[in-house]
Structure formats: structure tokens, C-alpha cells
Design a protein around this ligand. Structure first.
Ligand code: ADP
Length: 479
């Protein structure tokens, strides 16, 4: 790995402003080649307790900074991220596998949250409410919730953590974060730059750890932690909610999805195919907003499927750092096995493989299109998290809305149609936190990202995103 600034490859943990070594080490591998990239300090539950204590000490002073002062530090951090975008992308591709162009896109996307919340730090307004009695004056202020703990996944090693650190820090919270064990390097590199930007000691800790359960328990059981922000699977979200119940822990949860992608007869077919490729195959299908179920209306079904299969067959599979790769490796053998299980189950129940369908070397998998997919197949209910596009056929608008909503998840959804009335009806009828209309790409820092049902609670990004890190305080003044 050739970095212009080799100090960005940090293998120590960032504990309350100090870079610390640990005897136990966490091995980080390159999923494209299986080679060892680095041995990183493996933090314990006791380290987490220590980081939380330091975060509590640092919090009042961080909150006492003016919004403008916090904004200036965040802005410098943002600028440093942009100045090192190439190195950060190289690190990200090495530990996670996505194509370099996508890695660079992710760094810019993560940085956009730092920029956005740097701006929002100055706009944490309160309000006055006309009194309910003649001698009463009512005030509402917004205050930071306090110490925050964050847990993030491997599929966006930079952006998922940036999306939590930026609003928390902007709000005046201090934060202790545990990145995924597979991908700690991007998170640690962000901490290197945050330190350079002048973030005060103790305000931020980044603790790589193989003990997810132990750190999760510390975050939930330590009363100093006022809020947990988690992105990952619905199962772990449930565990955190259960564990946090004893202390009524405030939670933001961004969990799994099962995104429907609906193509009506009147859609622009080429736009639908391109939208589908973007939404389904980005990050090799390993994002929580990736299309999981494609519904094509009977009138265009065959034409859509033929064109989709052609576009999918043209995707190039290869290591992320190899020029021209569209699809990198999956994160693990387990991820590969899940794709295979979903294909085998669908085929056994009557689906046909139109293109792809088999594993390649290592953890690479051919981008795949399945047709004849029906509601009784596993893929209708479970997120594949891989490069597999299953197509269902439908007839009516009512039928497809019901099918799309027939899941416990409710994160992203997509619809392609040129009928404006239908756009509104379907958008309103979909039980999802986000709807892409005639587009397969919806993520931006200026909009609220999040889900309904068992896809989670809370929003990241937009002016709403900072609310997750603020408490309202109402004061009643008798004059
Ligand atoms: P994924 O399938 O994307 O790995 P997970 O929900 O398993 O999703 O992981 C997301 C994050 O949650 C990772 O940082 C992982 O280490 C962490 N994690 C896994 N199990 C637990 C747990 N019991 N408590 C707290 N964090 C956990």
C-alpha cells in the first residue's frame, strides 16, 4: 500500500486523544487477496470504560465552545479529509475491497457530512413560546445529550463513522466509537486528521476491538453514556435496544433493509436499468439501501429483464485497486455463502439464472440476475447483501405496493414511472423511510437518511440529523 502520507496508516487505538498500543492485536486483511494488511491494537471493555470516563471529563468544555468554534475545527477536519482523499481511498479499498473510484466517492460523501454539520453547529436554535398565563415566559433550548457511543459496520468504513462523529461533535457531544473489526484503518485515519484539525483531547476515541459484545455491553451498561448510535444488522440493533432498556438509553439505529425496486410499464426503460445497476450493484450489493427485490410490471417485464441481464453481464469483476473494476470482492466467505444460499433456494423453487450465478476466485462472485422470483423464496424476505438481482413479475399498482410492504424492513425503496399521479400514490403508499423516484441513488448529506419499521429509528444528515444528538430543555419563567 503506497500512501503519500504514510502516517495515515495508524495501527494504534485513539483513546481520548492518546495513541495507545495494546498487546492483543487485531489482524486486518485485504478481502481481494486475503493478505494481511496490518495488526491493529485490539481494545478491551476496560479501554472503553476509560475512554467513556475521559469523554465525560471533556464534554462540558467541548459543549462550552461556541458553535462557531466547534464549526471551525470540524471545517479544518473536513478540509484535511479532502486534502488526503487519495490516501484515504487507497486505505479504504485495501481493507474493504470496493473499487477505488467508489472508495473515493465514499470519502467525499463522508466529508460532506463533516462540512454539513460544521455549518449546522452554528444553528442549534432554541425558541420562545407565547406564555399560557399572563406572567409566564416559555423558553426552549437545545443541549447536547452528553457522551455518545457509536458502533459502525464494515461496508462504509469511512462514511458510516463520519455520519455519526460529525453531528455528535457539532452538537457538543463527546464520542467513543468502535469501528467494525474488519475495517478499523479508515476510522483511525479519520482520527489522525481530527487530531490535526485541533479536536481537543478526550473529545473523541476510536477503539478497534475484536470484543464487539464486551464493548456493546459497556456502552449500554455504563450510565455515563447517554446515547448510542449504531449502524449494522437488525439483530444487533435488537440486542442493543434490549441491553439499553435498563437505562432507557437513547438510541439511533440504522439497520437492515429489503429495498424494493419497482418498474412500471410506463417507465423510461433505460433509466430504470441504469438506476437498478446503480442501486443494486454499488459496493457489490453490500449496502443497506441496495435494491434487494426488483418488481417489473408485466408489460415491460421481458424487455426490462433482457436489458438488465445485458448490463449486468457487462460489469467487470476484479480487485478494487485494479483499473476498470466495477465489482470488488465480498467481505467474507460467509457473505459469499449467503448469496449462494439465496440462489440455490430460488432455483429450487422455480427461479432461473439469466446471467452469473457462480462464485469466482477468493470471495468474488459473478453479478447475477434471477427471473421467475416469487414471494415464497428466501430472497423475498432476507437482505442478500451481495451482487444478486432477483426479478419478480407483477400486474397492478395495488398488488406491487402490498408486495413491497410485505417485509419487516422499511429503509430504502425505488420506483420508476412517468405518471405523476402514480408517483405520488406509490411514494405515499410505500412504508419506507426513503423513496427514490426515477433514480437509484438517494444518499446525500442534505437529506434525512433513515428507516421505519425494523430498519431503525433516528435520521442521519439534513437539519434533522443533529436532533438525534440534542435534548430539548423547556424553561417556564414567571416574571
Ligand atoms: P454486519 O453484518 O454488517 O457485520 P453487524 O450488526 O454484525 O453487521 O455489525 C455491525 C457492527 O456491530 C460491527 O462494528 C460489529 O462489530 C458490531 N457488533 C456485532 N455484534 C455486536 C454486539 N453484540 N454488541 C455490539 N456491537 C456488535
Amino acid at each position: 500500500m503506497q500512501l503519500t502520507d504514510p502516517t495515515l496508516l495508524e495501527t494504534r487505538a485513539f483513546l481520548a486523544g492518546d495513541w495507545v498500543q495494546r498487546d492483543t492485536r487485531l489482524a486486518v486483511h485485504d478481502p481481494a487477496h486475503g493478505t494481511l494488511l496490518a495488526d491493529v491494537a485490539d481494545c478491551s471493555r476496560a479501554d472503553a470504560a476509560q475512554a467513556i470516563a475521559h469523554a465525560a471529563e471533556a464534554q462540558p468544555d467541548w459543549a462550552a465552545h461556541t458553535g462557531k468554534e466547534r464549526a471551525a475545527i470540524l471545517r479544518r477536519w473536513h478540509d484535511l479529509v479532502l486534502a488526503h482523499v487519495d490516501d484515504l481511498a487507497i486505505l479504504l479499498t485495501a481493507e474493504m475491497g470496493k473499487p477505488l473510484a467508489e472508495a473515493k466517492g465514499e470519502i467525499l460523501y463522508g466529508a460532506s457530512y463533516i462540512e454539513w454539520f460544521a455549518e449546522e453547529a452554528k444553528r442549534i436554535y432554541g425558541e420562545t413560546i407565547p406564555g399560557h398565563q399572563r406572567d409566564k415566559r416559555l423558553l426552549v433550548i437545545r443541549q447536547p445529550v452528553g457522551v455518545v457511543a457509536a458502533i459502525t459496520p464494515w461496508n462504509f468504513p469511512n462514511a458510516m463513522i463520519a455520519r455519526k462523529l460529525a453531528p455528535a461533535l457539532a452538537a457538543g457531544c463527546t464520542i467513543v466509537a468502535k469501528p467494525a473489526a474488519e475495517t478499523p484503518l479508515s476510522a483511525l485515519a479519520l482520527a489522525v486528521l481530527a487530531e490535526r484539525a485541533g479536536l481537543p483531547k478526550g473529545v473523541l476515541s476510536i477503539l478497534p476491538s475484536s470484543d464487539a459484545v464486551g464493548l456493546g455491553l459497556e456502552f449500554c451498561e455504563n450510565p455515563t453514556v447517554r446515547k448510542i448510535s449504531f449502524t449494522g444488522s437488525t439483530n444487533v440493533g435488537r440486542i442493543l435496544m434490549r441491553q439499553g432498556a435498563a437505562q432507557i438509553k437513547k438510541l439511533s439505529l440504522e439497520l437492515g433493509g429489503n429495498a424494493p425496486f419497482i418498474v412500471f410499464d410506463d417507465a423510461d426503460l433505460e433509466a430504470a436499468v441504469q438506476g437498478c445497476i446503480a442501486s443494486k450493484f454499488r459496493n457489490a450489493g453490500q449496502t443497506c439501501v441496495c435494491t434487494n427485490r426488483i418488481y417489473a410490471q408485466a408489460g415491460i417485464h421481458d424487455a426490462f429483464v433482457a436489458r438488465l441481464a445485458q448490463a449486468v453481464a457487462a460489469l467487470r469483476v476484479g480487485p478494487g485497486n485494479q483499473a476498470g473494476s466495477d465489482i470488488g470482492p465480498l467481505i467474507s466467505q460467509a457473505a459469499l455463502a449467503k448469496v449462494e444460499t439465496h440462489i440455490a433456494d430460488a432455483r429450487a423453487k422455480g427461479a432461473a439464472v439469466l446471467t452469473g450465478g457462480t462464485r469466482l476466485q477468493g470471495t468474488f462472485f459473478q453479478p447475477t440476475v434471477l427471473t421467475g422470483v416469487t414471494a415464497n423464496m428466501t430472497i423475498a424476505r432476507e437482505e442478500t447483501f451481495g451482487p444478486l438481482a432477483p426479478v419478480f413479475r407483477f400486474d397492478t399498482e395495488a398488488e406491487v405496493i402490498a408486495a413491497a410492504n410485505d417485509t419487516e424492513f422499511g429503509l430504502a425503496s425505488y420506483v420508476f414511472t412517468r405518471d405523476i399521479g402514480r408517483v405520488w400514490r406509490v411514494m405515499a403508499g410505500l412504508e419506507y423511510g426513503m423513496v427514490g423516484i426515477n433514480t437509484g441513488l438517494i444518499s446525500t448529506e442534505v437529506a434525512p437518511f433513515g428507516g421505519v419499521k425494523q430498519s431503525g429509528t433516528g435520521r442521519e444528515g439534513s437539519r434533522h440529523g443533529i436532533e438525534d444528538y440534542l435534548d430539548l430543555k423547556y424553561a417556564c419563567l414567571s416574571v
